[in-house]
Design a protein around this ligand. Structure first.
Ligand code: ZN
Length: 393
């Protein structure tokens, strides 16, 4: 830990604490007025008011700004703007007023980021701080990809990007920011099986798609086993199967499977998709049907840069956060696109409180107000770890 960065940590955290009441209000306002992916402008406007700095639009409804030194290296801190199409069931007085909900904690991330930036305005930062208000984290096309490809971060000399995400598997007061692989590379496989319809009483005259669709679905995990080394995680999970339109006596002409594929890298996902295509075509052919497989690569794997992860713990500890064991999962986050343009760090901030916590995206998921403080401190520790890394470059 650099002495002056350690001192800055203390000042920053004191300034940040002065904003805890405003950011709790801001969080409730954002929570009550959620905007789904691609429609985040009202949330961006709320953030613009709260931050009180100039922001330029980016990636449609997103925005980006800069505090501290206006030239030289900078550190980005990402806050996601979007809510989910989930109907809230938390029962709190500031529940969503629409059919959308902040069920992934992005309201808490945004409010914490506002507190971090407001506090930073009163400090003498060594490097620029770039708040990145990112749209479309929850859908394709990814907002992070658009921001990474816009070249704005590179033009602002952003050397590292920090993300913080609440997580119900980590205890409150702790943060998991270990180095290396932390989230999966994810893609989507879509299979369409086509045969010949007809009457259920005369199956020999048709070529129904039901049986091959079912066989292909059951065969997909077996394909993974034949492509991926069992010592490296990889999976296919089917989210949708459809065949037939509700009748008992109609031979279905088409079947469809829609699945997510996840592993430790995008090339492996493409290889699994290719093997699914070969298997599906051959199974379908065995039933005198045809199968068409398409693959959409989604997100690259999320890798925490060791130069940041190795420095993060000391600053987090200084800010009274406990360092939890590294959290690795087959979840995916488009934050990984920032890692493709510069060494970046995602911190999973604990919100578990000892009771059985609903998962992210659940209609009852609602991190407590303590999350705002801990997310903010994780963001500060992330900035300081990045500043420390820049000083050592
Ligand atoms: Zn999220």
């Amino acid at each position: 830990m650099h002495d002056h960065l350690k001192q800055l940590a203390t000042q920053w955290s004191e300034e940040f604490d002065n904003h805890l009441d405003d950011i709790a209000d801001l969080r409730r306002t954002i929570h009550q007025n959620p905007c789904v992916s691609g429609e985040e402008q009202p949330t961006t406007d709320l953030m613009r008011n709260a931050l009180g700095i100039d922001l330029e639009p980016i990636a449609g409804t997103g925005a980006i700004g800069r505090v501290g030194p206006q030239d030289g290296p900078a550190v980005g801190i990402r806050g996601e703007l979007d809510a989910l199409p989930v109907t809230e069931e938390t029962g709190v007085g500031w529940s969503s007023t629409s059919e959308a909900m902040h069920a992934c904690g992005h309201d808490a991330h945004l409010a914490a980021l506002a507190g971090v930036v407001k506090a930073a305005k009163r400090l003498d930062l060594p490097f620029g701080l770039v708040p990145v208000l990112q749209p479309r984290e929850e859908t394709y096309p990814s907002g992070a990809l658009d921001i990474a490809e816009s070249g704005r971060l590179q033009a602002m000399d952003v050397r590292h990007v920090i993300g913080a995400h609440v997580h119900p598997a980590v205890p409150t007061g702790a943060v998991a920011a270990g180095s290396g692989f932390v989230n999966a590379a994810a893609g989507e496989i879509s299979v369409t099986v086509t045969g010949k319809g007809g009457h259920g009483a005369y199956p020999h005259n048709g070529r129904d798609a039901a049986a091959p669709t079912a066989q292909i679905a059951v065969g997909m995990p077996e394909v993974v086993r034949r492509v991926a080394d069992p010592m490296e995680p990889a999976l296919v999970s089917i989210g949708t199967i459809s065949v037939g339109q509700g009748a008992a006596n109609v031979l279905p002409r088409t079947g469809r499977i829609f699945a997510t594929v996840r592993s430790t890298n995008s090339a492996k996902n493409a290889q699994i998709a290719q093997a699914v295509e070969t298997m599906a075509a051959n199974v379908a052919a065995g039933y005198e049907c045809e199968a068409e497989v398409s693959y959409r690569p989604g997100l690259p794997e999320l890798v925490n840069a060791p130069i940041l992860a190795d420095r993060f713990g000391a600053y987090a500890g200084h800010l009274n956060l406990n360092n939890a064991e590294t959290m690795r999962s087959m979840g995916a986050d488009d934050f990984s696109f920032y890692g493709e343009i510069c060494p970046s760090l995602m911190c999973f901030v604990g919100v578990a409180d000892g009771s059985e916590m609903p998962s992210l995206h659940d209609p009852t998921f609602l991190p407590s107000e303590a999350a705002l403080e801990n997310v903010g401190k994780a963001m500060i520790a992330g900035y300081l770890a990045a500043a420390d890394a820049i000083l050592s470059e």
